[in-house]
Design a protein around this ligand. Structure first.
Ligand code: ADP
Ligand code: MG
Length: 996
């Protein structure tokens, strides 16, 4: 369908569950029927359906053939790579032959299958390789001698708004390649290698090398690739010579774009952070979103819409692909799992918007001579302009540059294709030391032990193989190391490996950070085959041993998730959280999402800590789980990050989103630091800085139930923090008051319904707190307590620097008229008392002293003291690791015992002899008080009886007494049955809670 305007074609594809999701017992929330895709909300079962050009089911129904290629099984519902190529790639190719530009994007969250569709894995080749392969197949069968077919290949990466040429091995300037604009070509990357290729093998080689370059030159952060965009461009020229010797060039650019993970495209602004500015890391992706929205609006007939192409590098480069001369396809990759519902829904919405975009593709064909003539004419104009302008203004510099560019273009056109191919071959061999033509079948790693890299992105895992020859091999930042590796927390000399030919040992250098199979390596140790190794804070390797130890396919299971789970397990963190999902209940799902959040944050936190250390910021980051105590039954938990300034002991608590936002900014800062650029000064740009804030320390719940019986509470309560650790003990009193505002005392016990319709007042007192850890740890800190009554916050004064605090807080509450709701409220709610920590602002000046370049001001003495302290901390951390390991084992044992005890306790609960919890105790106390009242009433009845026996024989009197007795007895009966029911309820409640 040439000419006219056509809309962007959109396909969605859902992948199989990954191991993680399978382990978690995830449910599949995607279903497909024809071209439409339906997503189910796991929370309420509601569904949304979208229709696309293609909906590809690749979730199940596949089988592996002998070559390891996944194809549909007998059910024939699985969409394989071939089929995706046939639908999407073939069209791109056909377009290219006709001289149309084409573009293909893969969009979706990290791990959703973008690279699988675009590039593929092993024998399951994706669209890019198949398209290239098919292109050359067609070229090779071309017998038309008047047609010369030329293919060239380029590959670049955009990270942090910088463009890196992936076909260049040598270190590139940190600012990356420049984006320029020219009237003919639009935006283009200045100086990008565009390598002429003669067959598919060469493209395969180039892609391989590009992937290696992407892996090794990444900015030391493990997750870099998920935040970067990869653009492969295949330029296909057909030079057609006619009888008269004139030539026509028909050209097509095929852009194949593997986008960054979509999960944090809109992380800016939503965090409520003081630092509003988004990081450049997200800029391209969020701008792409805005461009697509704007284009969809235009297609929908909206007027005066500005399309913000110029706001990011990616959208500049893709301007033609998105908004003009191109046949464009988007493939949106979907995760099938319920835990990814939000992300997947937003991917579907994005794809839905993209399909509205209209493009106008035109055939790029023109006589070669005309192109040269046009360039000549333009150069003449440029020269004239230069002559007029004179001088060395910025303008004339730009003109000069354009002139040169045009000239080199003309020179290029005059070169024969064969010449270009030959030049490319030579340059490649010079630059990469390997031949584009010959296969290196006898790679060294086949016979020698080696380290292979493990990356968060499975596309980049196993790409680098570092051989361990017989003798000594060293790892480190230093250029003289055998394997020079960059990365956070990597020392100049990091590790020494000795290979005796049969045995391989690994040794840390100067306390360098090395973990082997999840455990910190303290001294030289032998490396078993398939050891998992972590250098510094994020360099992961799998060690593959001697030839005789290897077995086919044994490395498969050791992926990034395996490494992370192993590291977490040895730190004892995963245990509190890992709740295997026995059922599909919401509660289970939610806590599983929290668990995943927590696990995903661990590597980020370890990187943030390493950056803080290298930039001398002195901050320590720790993830913790915040439980919402108001609704423990709803598992209303979230992950938060505790930030501690290790020098002045100030503490902050960041939300997960805020942390991730800050982490992006830290990464940006660190990249600048590594590239030797100046780091912006001042707090308003410092992701490590925040003003001091108050910190939640702990809370306790005081049941209001007794108040509905006019029974006072006056007790000590333990305040627990989010980890369930005791922070302090606080005394809380709740006293019912009489009309004059005096405490009613023991005698006042009533039945709740007796209060109805009457005024009621009570007093809450918090006289003191004891054993306040926050203050005993650092005397410059203070605390206050607060609670909410009738939606109103009540706060004590702040007490500074004492672990015993006199709050002397007294607060009276008056209810004008007691209602059923009020009674109900008292009987079902608690007063939540919170303890908050405050910190002085003196950290201002301290912070500056320690802030990076301020270090010069500190004398050497202080510095060496700091260094020693850091070493001490490191030592303590190691001890802690050992303890945690022990703890981990003990906890397992304890859990088992606890279960047994729980079972026993539940049995004994009816006899009430051990382990009564506070609620139960409270309920029993009320019960006994009630019984006391009943006893009192019984003795009253006895009095009546005495009166009626010994009193006058007046019939009337006896009748009256009997009537009273009857009435009293009725009351007693009611009361007793009420008591029993309420006790029964309390006990069941308590037991239910205990079971949870
Ligand atoms: P992304 O590039 O979006 O981060 P990947 O393409 O690397 O994600 O996919 C993540 C994992 O899921 C890989 O291990 C890949 O093999 C697997 N995967 C993705 N899509 C499919 C599919 N259609 N069939 C089989 N496996 C898939
Ligand atoms: Mg990928």
């Amino acid at each position: 369908m040439p000419g006219g305007s056509d809309s962007v074609k959109v396909a969605v594809r859902v992948r199989p569950f990954n191991q993680r999701e399978r382990n978690a017992g995830s449910a599949c929330i995607i279903s497909m029927s024809g071209d439409s895709t339906t997503i189910k909300n796991p929370e309420n079962g509601s569904t949304k359906t979208f229709s696309f050009d293609y909906s590809y089911w690749s979730h199940n129904g596949s089988q592996e053939n002998e070559e390891g290629v996944f194809i549909p099984d007998s059910s024939n519902k699985y969409t394989d790579q071939r089929r995706v190529f046939q639908d999407l790639g073939q069209g791109v190719l056909d377009n290219a032959w006709q001289g149309y530009n084409a573009a293909l994007f893969a969009y979706g969250q990290t791990g959703s299958g973008k690279s699988y569709s675009m590039i593929g894995y092993g024998p399951n080749k994706g669209i890019v390789p198949i398209t290239c392969e098919e292109l050359f197949k067609a070229i090779e069968t071309n017998n038309d001698k008047t047609k010369q077919l030329q293919v060239s290949f380029s590959m670049l990466e955009i990270y942090n708004e910088r463009v890196k040429d992936l076909l260049v091995k040598a270190k590139q300037s940190p600012e990356g390649l420049k984006i320029r604009q020219n009237p003919q070509a639009g935006f283009y990357v200045d100086g990008l290698k565009n390598v002429p290729v003669r067959n598919y093998k060469e493209i395969e080689k180039l892609m391989e090398q590009g992937t290696v370059n992407r892996t090794t030159a990444s900015t030391n952060m493990n997750a870099t690739s998920s935040r970067s965009h990869m653009v492969i461009t295949i330029r296909f020229n057909q030079v057609i010579r006619n009888a008269g010797g004139e030539s026509n060039t028909r050209s097509s650019d095929i852009n194949l774009v593997d986008l960054a993970g979509s999960e944090r495209a809109d992380s800016t602004g939503a965090t409520g952070d003081r630092l509003k500015e988004g990081s450049a890391i997200n800029q391209s992706l969020s701008t792409l979103g805005n461009v697509i929205s704007a284009l969809a609006d235009i297609a929908g007939g909206k007027k005066n819409v500005l399309v913000p192409y110029r706001n990011s590098v990616l959208t500049k480069l893709l301007q033609t692909a998105l908004g003009g001369n191109s046949r464009t396809i988007m493939i949106a990759a979907l995760s099938p799992a319920d835990i990814n519902y939000d992300e997947t829904l937003s991917t579907l919405r994005y794809a839905d918007r993209a399909k509205k975009i209209q493009n106008k593709a035109v055939v790029n064909e023109s006589p070669t001579d005309r192109l040269i003539r046009e360039l000549k004419e333009e150069n003449a104009k440029l020269l004239a302009a230069l002559g007029k302008g004179g001088g060395k203004t910025a303008d004339s510099e730009e003109l000069q540059r354009l002139l040169q560019e045009n000239e080199s273009r003309m020179a290029d056109m005059n070169k024969s294709w064969e010449q270009k191919l030959e030049e490319a071959r030579k340059e490649w061999e010079r630059g990469h030391g390997i031949s584009l033509e010959h296969e290196e079948e006898h790679a060294e790693w086949r016979t020698v032990p080696y380290f292979t890299n493990i990356n968060e992105d499975s596309q980049l895992s196993g790409v680098v193989k570092l051989c361990i020859r017989v003798g000594e091999t060293t790892f480190g930042r230093s250029a003289t190391a055998t394997h020079s590796i960059r990365g956070l927390g990597i020392q100049d000399q990091h590790a020494i490996i000795k290979n005796t030919g049969s045995k391989v040992t690994l040794e840390p250098v100067n306390g360098s950070k090395i973990y082997v199979n999840g455990i910190k390596l303290k001294s030289k140790e032998e490396l078993p085959h398939l050891s998992r190794i972590k250098f510094g804070s994020s360099c992961l390797y799998l060690y593959v041993g001697q030839m005789k130890e290897r077995k086919p396919n044994e490395e498969k299971g050791y992926d990034y998730d395996f490494f992370m789970a192993e590291l977490a397990e040895h730190r004892g963190v995963a245990l509190d959280l890992q709740t295997p999902r026995i059922s599909e209940s919401m509660e289970n799902l939610k806590s599983y999402v929290i668990f995943q959040d927590f696990m995903d944050l661990l590597p980020q936190i370890s990187e943030a800590n390493a950056i803080s250390l290298e930039l001398k910021k002195g901050l320590k980051f720790e993830a913790e789980i915040k439980t919402n105590e108001f609704q423990p039954q709803q598992a209303a938990k979230e992950v938060q990050i505790r930030v501690t300034n290790q020098r002045n002991k100030k503490v902050w608590v960041w939300s997960r989103d805020k942390f991730l936002h800050r982490k992006d900014l830290m990464e940006e800062l660190y990249c600048k630091f590594m590239d030797g650029e100046s780091i912006p000064q001042g707090r308003d740009k410092d992701p490590f800085w925040d003003p001091v804030e108050d910190i939640f320390l702990g809370s306790c719940h005081v049941m209001l139930q007794s108040l509905s019986y006019c029974v006072e509470t006056d007790e000590h309560f333990t305040l627990h923090n989010y980890h369930g650790r005791e922070e302090a003990v606080i005394k809380v009193g709740i006293f019912p008051l009489d009309q004059k505002g005096v405490h009613l005392g023991e005698e006042s016990i009533v039945e709740p319904r007796e209060l109805l319709g009457k005024p009621f007042s009570y007093e809450i007192t918090i006289p003191e707190a004891m054993g306040v850890r926050w203050c005993s740890e650092d005397r410059s800190r203070g605390v206050y307590c607060k609670f909410l009554v009738n939606q109103k916050p009540v706060k004590s004064d702040t007490v500074w620097g004492k672990s015993y605090c006199d709050f002397n807080l007294m607060y009276q509450v008056k209810e004008k008229k007691v209602t059923h709701e009020f009674i109900n409220y008292l009987q079902t709610h608690s007063l939540v008392v919170e303890l908050w920590g405050t910190q002085v602002n003196e950290e201002d000046q301290l912070h500056q002293t320690f802030n990076g370049n301020g270090v010069n001001d500190i004398n050497g003495d202080v510095l060496s003291q700091l260094k020693n302290k850091e070493l001490e901390i490191e030592g303590l951390n190691e001890d802690l690791d050992t303890l945690k390991k022990e703890n981990f084992n003990l906890k397992k044992k304890l859990d088992k015992q606890q279960q047994q005890i729980d079972i026993k306790r539940n049995r004994k609960a009816s006899t009430g002899d051990i382990g009564l919890d506070a609620d139960l105790a409270q309920a029993l106390r009320l019960f006994f008080r009630e019984v006391k009242t009943v006893q009192g009433q019984l003795s009253e009845i006895k009095e009546y009886a005495k009166v009626s026996q010994h009193g006058s024989s007046d019939n009337g009197n006896i009748k009256q007494a009997l009537g009273k007795q009857e009435q009293k007895l009725q009351e007693i009966e009611n009361k007793l049955s009420g008591c029993v029911t309420s006790l029964k309820d309390s006990v069941t409640n308590t037991l239910r809670k205990a079971k949870r």
